[in-house]
Ligand binder design. Sequence first.
Ligand code: MSP
Length: 525
Amino acid sequence: MCQPIILKNSYITTPIYYVNGRPHLGHACTTIVADILKRHRQMQGREVFMTTGTDEHGQKNQISAEAAGINVKNFVTDQSQHFKTLFDAINVDYDFFVRTSFPEHVAGVQAFIQKLYDADALVKKTYFGLYCVGCEQFKKEDDLNDDGQCPDHPTLEIEQMEEENYFLPLEPYRQWLIDRINNPSTWVRPERYRNELLNMLSEPLEDFCVSRPKARVSWGVELPFDSDYVCYVWFDALLNYITSIDWPNAKFDQWWPASEHLIGKDIMKTHCIYWPIMLQAAGVETVNQVSVHGFFVSADGMKMSKTLGNVVDPVEISEHYGVDALRYYLAKNIRAESDSQVSKQLIHDTYQSDLGNKLGNLISRVVKFAAKQWDGKIPTPQSLTEREQTLSNKVLVDVRTAHENLDFVSIAKSLGQIMQVVERLNDYMSEVAPWQLIKDNSQREFTGTVIYTLLDCIRLVLEGLYPIIPESANRGLAVLDQPAVTSTTKKHEFALGRLLADAPLGDDAILFPRVDPIDTQTKVA
Ligand code: MSP
């Protein structure tokens, strides 16, 4: 039911992240998912543009800069760099890193709000109500917990606010939005969130406050028609999705509306209610798809915090285990419809069992055996016997199917299917026991066929895993003297028999060395 809308071009976005703190695992999560989808779609021959970036305006960043005693511009520049460092550390191949303090973005935001103003879509009025600085949003009593606090920011005090501001009335667009969500029904996925959204839309919508008086928040995009105000940070931030592709200039049409916003479940209202209505009110076609995922929560059931010592730092993980351990863990465990657990121990165990003992071990034992027996080269296969033919064909079909079915809601499933192939190959190796066969000279040619079959199937597995663990996959392919999968838009064809007999085997066959758990900090091999 929740099938994606397939377009030739694909514009994938992540949320842009607040810079009031250091990047954490949650930021890594959505960005890795975006990168996986980008690499996968490129392998399918599609043109992809992927953006991520930092959300730098607003009261929260202003307060953090003041607390650090740093000029706010310098503060956001320094903080933004930490996000770039993280994305490099986890091998994210974004096409554009937007910062909302970029002049091009600021100009786009001003052009957009001017359009709304000129179309009489905005009203100016005084609002009296509750305000959460953490969310940078006005709240209703119903939004608060039993202690009168924001459930997402229980340590921050809810403020009473009386303020004159500019508002975008949303109620006139409610029925349009309901119809949009229902048709096509794929707009917000998975279904669970679509239903939540329809539920939110079952009551009249309050006007959306799109400005903040400079007297309270000075760090923002000035309203072109009223210099006493800046744009509300969410209004400004959402517009990154079109300013990053050069709205309102020509390049915009190349990617819009072929867009897919990836978001965590926490920011559904802004993306699925405010954003489409903003676009509709300005006469810009609405976004094509919003894909919502669940959260990673601490495995001990507690909130991740430095004091509890259960924070999983994505940079630390990649430094310790290499770039792909975290990508693999998140891909294996992310669920669109529910939360998943994470801890350093779980990442360690998964690295060891899946990457080390299953995939890594398969590659190293086959490659080392081949190198030893055939003088560092890939053996020449004889015509495949029935068992080897059946195995190869099934591996081809399974890897190809897993690859074709990989999508936002099925990353973990596709990965699981490829890892089943790895298990099958490990079982085959153990059953055939080439180290026994080779002892019988009359079986040498057949043993070469067995090893060729295994190496060729490993190649297919690595190609299939490329979107998820690109660095390791390409290292493995290099060991097999195969070209790297790259970010081109040439469709990748999965086929058997690409390995060249007699080609040299590389000696970097240990892709996932044994590593001690992170807290002990020593590598054992
Ligand atoms: N700046 C806004 C977004 C503006 S987009 C126009 C914001 N920033 S944020 O820094 O708080 O990032 C929120 C996003 O980070 C979530 O929607 C999700 O994509 C990701 N995650 C944050 N914590 C997460 C987990 N614990 N698990 C998975 N992803 C999470 O909101």
